[in-house]
Design a protein around this ligand. Structure first.
Ligand SMILES: Cc1ncc(COP(=O)(O)O)c(C=O)c1O
Length: 393
């Protein structure tokens, strides 16, 4: 079914006053999300936080069903988290890391994940193995497979890197993980909400997602999906009275479902808003969203590439809604600021990224990142390209 673009824009409060090409930073919340979050905050202020939580039990629990639907999982496989990083951490630190264990990851792994590996290397003596990229800049599954041996305790890959328009070939990597019986932690922070995700079909064991980006949920929300057969094989780095039951003076029992990765206190209005954002996406249809994101970003890339002095840096065979580029004449920070201040166009910048070593080697130290969503339009692409031409030439 074709997307109702006018409807999507009518649902997006700032769609007509702002060109928002920073969806990889934080998407604009659609009106139903904004209203659900605001209504709950008002209810908390009027009735009390705990009393409001009891009244909103169905709305709160809806998040589990909606998230499960978004990743083709089961509600009991979903844990709410305050962001994608904490969701990912709850999975990574739940493995029983020992000296000599190895993690296999990619060149374009997200910085926070890399920091966690480095911390575990320092703390426990684990080894970090970086799978080489193929000639397009995406992870090369065959080279990744060549790094596997019986020391490898985890394969952890970022589906869509934060600073590149590429999509890593995670289904092939997942198949390799399954073949070698190694758990696969997928960072879906930039992919959930942007493209169809079937976590199990991708071969993932665990998948982390954030609420505020392509899902268009509130900030400070996210979730973790864990394949049900793995839940009781993972020992969360910390437990509390939500993730476990105090069964006796000297005993406790972790929750049997993915709630063992949650904590007791959380942003209840955010939870509700995340559920509404997931419902909104599920109702519109993620395949249509993905088709439109790809079409808009491809148009943006093509038009930017035609501007003299502008270089587009996205790698990979399969590309997504993130478009990275730089200008020979103006820094990324100045270009992004001028777009925002002079043209009401939101973009962000990716500064020096260890993950883009190949790019650094060519002297590009920072880039503008423009990231489109389904509610954006061809006209906005054209106006943005015009503005970039004016600012950067
Ligand atoms: C690929 C990737 N992973 C993880 C994160 C962290 O997400 P969060 O800020 O929700 O913790 C980001 C954020 O930009 C990201 O791009």
């Amino acid at each position: 079914m074709a997307l109702d673009i006018a409807g999507l824009r009518a649902d997006t409060p700032s769609a007509e006053s702002l060109i928002h090409f920073n969806n990889a930073g934080a998407g604009l919340m659609p009106r139903p999300v904004l209203e659900a979050v605001s209504a709950h905050l008002v209810r908390e202020a009027t009735l009390g936080g705990y009393e409001s939580e009891a009244l909103a039990a169905d709305q709160i629990n809806n998040m589990y069903d909606a998230a499960a639907k978004a990743v083709a999982g089961k509600p009991g496989e979903i844990a709410y988290a305050e962001n994608a990083t904490r969701a990912w951490d709850m999975a990574f630190y739940a493995l029983d890391w020992q000296a000599g264990d190895a993690v296999v990851t990619c060149q374009s792994e997200y910085s926070s994940n890399m920091i966690a590996y480095l911390q575990m290397a320092e703390r426990k003596g684990i080894e970090i193995r970086l799978a080489p990229d193929d000639e397009t800049g995406a992870v090369d599954p065959a080279s990744l497979e060549a790094l596997l041996d019986d020391k490898v305790k985890l394969i952890a890959i970022t589906h869509i890197p934060t600073n590149d328009g590429l999509v890593n070939p995670v289904a092939e990597i997942g198949a390799i993980a399954r073949k070698h019986d190694i758990p696969f932690l997928l960072d879906g922070c930039q992919s959930v909400g942007q493209m169809p995700i079937d976590a199990r079909a991708l071969g993932a064991t665990m998948l982390s997602a954030t609420g505020r980006k392509f899902l268009r949920g509130p900030r400070g929300t996210g979730f973790l999906w864990v394949a049900e057969e793995w839940i009781d094989r993972l020992n969360p780095p910390f437990l509390d009275l939500r993730s476990a039951t105090w069964t006796g003076p000297a005993s406790y029992e972790p929750a049997r479902d993915a709630k063992r990765f949650e904590n007791w206190e959380s942003y209840v209005a955010g939870r509700i808003g995340l559920g509404v954002a997931l419902d909104y996406m599920n109702t519109i249809g993620i395949q249509d969203i993905w088709d439109r994101i790809q079409a808009l970003s491809a148009a943006l890339r093509t038009e930017l590439s035609a501007i003299s002095g502008i270089s587009v840096h996205d790698q990979g065979q399969q590309k997504c809604g993130i478009v990275t580029f730089s200008s020979q004449r103006i820094s990324a920070a100045d270009l992004s600021t001028a777009l925002r201040q002079e043209h009401r166009i939101n973009t962000s910048t990716s500064s020096v990224q260890v993950t883009r070593k190949a790019l650094l080697d060519t002297g590009v130290t920072d880039m503008v990142r423009a990231s489109v969503h389904a509610y954006n339009t061809e006209d906005e692409v054209a106006r943005t390209v015009d503005a970039i031409r004016k600012v950067a030439q």
